[in-house]
Design a protein around this ligand. Structure first.
Ligand code: M6R
Length: 611
């Protein structure tokens, strides 16, 4: 998730662009840049790192021009660097882009064969080349953009300027947000409303496939078929703070609701359904290497550790490779057994967690192949890794991790399929079935979010509880752990997650009529459904209040529980992704009802960079 802003008017555009980017810095901050057109001149300034670096460069030597585009980046393809910062240019064209071009490697190959030379590692740069090529064939800027997007497979919000057409800006979108801000003698484009809210309150939300031609005097919108389209103007009354949160009260709530998109972005371009395989950019493990692995050691902390526990179920089941999931904070204070036949996987949203990084270095030093599953390209862990695979969740601002967790789960599932194929523990057909199930997950997550009103009711009833217990079996055990962690970190209510079978070994003593027990019980063979039903009965028999997370069509568990939250039935190993959503919402609403600072809970930091 990156940020885009564009301007056409009668003022110098660079200061307007930089100030718009400042409002979008929460969407990405590894590099930024602007491209400004003045007559036949295209002026581009870019800088790696925080926006301050760009601001300094622009301040020292203001690029002149009244038409321009700007971008703040969150790397997905190509590490953070000056060269990989947007705008990307080719000849007289400059582009900024949010999204992922799935066929960029093939397009680059074709363009290289036609003599093009690339100056970045990004997927975005192909847009600049394709548009410039179409212009050279005689097309005007809008038609050149149309010609380019016709060749591209993937998602995009794209804004383009060209010194061949200095008074217009063209933008288009497909599955990434883009709005047009309407002004007097000036108009704006942006990936998000806050970027230009100080200049206008009138916005047009572009629809899928729309292409807009923006000039100082107006905007023209065309639909995917190239016909002129009428889109209504909306007046936005949000405060700048509300706008940053996309109208949600807290970043955490926004991030919970972003999960269908974040998961889809993480899957995009990686699932090869026809081949029954998974593609990871930069994958450098040979089939022989993968077959020689004797163990996977997962290293992580907090929520990322919980995804590791779910990942153990996935990898052991699909790739038949033993997995140990280690608390990174403990790992190097004992004498771990690691050698060159092991794959050490660090899982981390930030890629900077000190404990995970230290454990990762230790495992690598002992000879393991080091893989990072991370949300931040260029972070310390990706730099340390022999191989990195990125979750494309976009920046996570709320301290309580939500979309990072579910994107880690789908990433681990893809990894399990890939390892399974390379180790021949999965046939092509079996892998295809797993990937088909995976492809259904974004929609299921979208559907499960509809349980929010039911979850809110439960939150209201139990918001004053002093303790909570979460129970799950098999792949639902990490979900129980995660549900408890979410609740305790933002509501400050004591909560414990337990494997259902462990309840009789101790926690059952705690149960009385004041104890809410959340039982995660989708109807799956691995989850020992009958056994978890037994847990529900044990809790009820002692007066405890049961909140059951069950499949939509489950009649049995529904009659036993005090409260029921229904979720769409996913396959056993993927059910954790879907079952986690109501627990995130429960934690959120309880904390919100108690008046807590949801996004910045007491005593916690987003990235724990000290031991
Ligand atoms: O950035 P990381 O994924 O490495 O962070 C690990 C933990 O600090 C993090 O998951 C923490 O537990 C969150 N606050 C949980 O919501």
């Amino acid at each position: 998730m990156c940020g885009i802003v564009g301007y056409v008017g009668d003022k110098e555009s660079a200061p307007i662009l930089v100030s718009g980017l400042k409002k979008l810095e929460y969407r990405g901050y590894d590099s930024a840049g602007v491209a400004v057109v003045s007559g036949k001149q295209l002026n581009v300034v870019r800088a790696m790192g925080k926006l301050k670096n760009l601001e300094n460069r622009v301040g020292q030597d203001l690029p002149q021009g009244t038409t321009g585009i700007g971008h703040t980046r969150w790397a997905t393809h190509g590490r953070p660097s000056d060269e990989n910062a947007h705008p990307h240019t080719y000849k007289n064209v400059a582009v900024v882009h949010n999204g992922i071009i799935e066929n960029h490697l093939a397009l680059k190959e074709q363009l290289r064969a036609r003599g093009h030379v690339f100056s970045s590692e990004t997927d975005t740069e192909v847009f600049a080349h394709l548009i410039s090529e179409a212009q050279e064939q005689g097309k005007d800027l809008p038609d050149a953009v149309r010609a380019a997007i016709a060749q591209v497979k993937g998602t995009y919000a794209l804004a383009v300027v060209s010194s061949a057409d200095p008074h217009r800006l063209v933008c288009t979108k497909n599955a990434s947000p883009m709005v047009l801000g309407l002004g007097e003698g000036q108009n704006f484009v942006a990936s998000d409303v806050p970027a230009v809210l100080e200049h206008t309150r009138d916005f047009v939300y572009m629809e899928e496939g729309d292409l807009a031609i923006v000039s100082a005097t107006g905007v023209e919108i065309f639909n995917r078929q190239g016909q002129k389209a009428n889109r209504s103007t909306k007046r936005i009354d949000w405060t700048p703070m509300m706008a940053e949160k996309g109208g949600h009260k807290h970043f955490m709530h926004k991030e919970i609701w972003e999960q269908p998109r974040a998961i889809a972005d993480t899957l995009r371009g990686r699932m090869l359904l026809t081949e029954g395989d998974v593609h990871f950019e930069g994958w450098n493990l040979t089939p022989e290497k993968v077959r020689s692995l004797t163990k996977v050691t997962i290293l992580a902390c907090g929520t990322s550790w919980h995804s590791g526990v779910a990942g153990k179920h996935m990898i052991e089941s699909l790739a038949r490779l033993p997995v140990e999931v280690e608390l990174a904070s403990e790992f190097r204070y004992r004498d771990p057994i690691v050698d060159s036949t092991h794959l050490a996987i660090a899982i981390s949203q930030s890629g900077e967690t000190a404990d995970t990084l230290a454990a990762f270095k230790e495992a690598k030093g002992l000879g393991a192949t080091a893989m990072a599953i991370c949300n931040v390209m260029g972070s310390a862990m990706t730099r340390e890794a022999d191989i990195s695979v990125l979750t494309n969740a976009g920046p996570e601002i709320g301290v309580a991790s939500t979309k990072a967790f579910t994107t880690q789960l789908v990433m681990l599932y893809m990894l399990a399929v890939k390892l399974g194929r390379l180790r021949n523990t999965l046939t092509v057909k079996a892998a295809q079935e797993h990937l088909t199930h995976l492809a259904e997950i974004p929609k299921m997550v979208e559907d499960v979010l509809k349980c929010e009103p039911a979850v809110k009711k439960v939150a209201r009833e139990f918001m004053t509880a002093q303790d909570f217990l979460f129970l799950g079996r098999g792949p639902m055990h990490p979900v129980a752990l995660e549900g408890a962690l979410k609740l305790k970190e933002i509501s400050y209510i004591h909560a414990e997650g337990y494997a259902g079978g462990e309840m009789k070994h101790g926690p059952i003593a705690l149960i009385d009529e004041k104890m809410p027990v959340v039982v995660i019980a989708p109807k799956q063979p691995h989850v020992a459904y009958e056994k978890i039903i037994g847990n529900i009965e044990e809790v009820r028999a002692r007066g405890g209040k049961v909140i059951a997370i069950i499949d939509e069509d489950d009649a049995q568990a529904g009659t036993l529980a005090d409260h029921v939250i229904r979720i769409p039935p996913a396959s056993a190993l993927l059910a954790p992704v879907v079952a986690t959503i109501p627990l995130q919402l429960l934690a959120y609403h309880v904390a919100e009802m108690r008046g807590n600072d949801v996004d910045q809970p007491r005593n916690l930091a987003k990235s724990v960079t000290v031991e």
